[in-house]
Design a protein around this ligand. Sequence first.
Ligand SMILES: [Zn+2]
Length: 337
Amino acid sequence: MRAMSNPATAIPSRAPSAIAADDTVMPFEVAALDLRGRVVRLGPLVDEILEKHAYPQPVAKLLGEALVLTVMLGSALKIDGRFILQTQSDGPVRMLVADFTVPGKVRACARFDKQRVAAALRSGQADAGALLGKGHLAMTIDQGSDTSRYQGLVAFDGGTLEDAAHEYFLRSEQIPTRVRLAVAEELRAGEGGASHRWRAGGILLQFLPKSPERARVADLDPGDVPEGVEPHTLPEDDAWLEGRALVSTVEDVELIDPALSSERLVYRLFHEPGVRVFRASSLRAECSCSRGSVEVMLKSFSQDDRDHMVENGKISVTCEFCSANYVFAPGDVDAKG
Ligand SMILES: [Zn+2]
């Protein structure tokens, strides 16, 4: 380590931590290239959520990716609230929902067509694009009141969640962004035979220069350009080209490796320009449903809708995220009650 020559600007530097911490998100900054990003590392959290749902393997993998992306984007929220990521599409996997509640609660679930997923698996057409099909990805920030609900929407057709995220940042935010997502089952030999557990991880990189000139997105489609006219294209900034090239070298195994710390991962990528890391925050799998919130929801329905929900003299509601079951006597959830 070099001596601090200028005490006014020196940032203490140290070796990257070797300790890998699961279920965390760690922000970082590469000041020399105007890059900022986050590394997400999920261990027991993603295993708990995916194991509980027991979805077919490719559906679980997709939901794991959605979860990583949700943590990546939701953890940028500075104030209390919830970030919700949701896909809706015409493929065998009709819907993926994951949400992140500040400061670090996450949950996720999927809706899919069993037969179509099985058919896709049999035909060997079970990659992300084939499973999702055509539809859209919605990202909502919910801060409690209706007025602060903000939604971003992007269409996708046969691509991955990474592709959809890139498209979203290009169109809606106009921030040059690269996202890498990885999910895998780790097999380990044990006493009772091999056991497996889910692991997931990802890295987000964004180019955020101080000068607005450099922040312009180069590869945005200019729209209606008359035939024969070359669209005006901006050259990509060298710093962003370098950052993007570096992040594209990250392999899936590096993103999920339980022995590779988030600090070592970013150091591996950005040791040359220099990288600054910020305190990682921890995440946990926890649903936000409650008997009280289900009661409020039931009371908001029409009497007719509630009457249709009565079975054997009871209204039973199961949370799609965590499978918690809430049972009410019809009289308990009357609008008047
Ligand atoms: Zn729940």
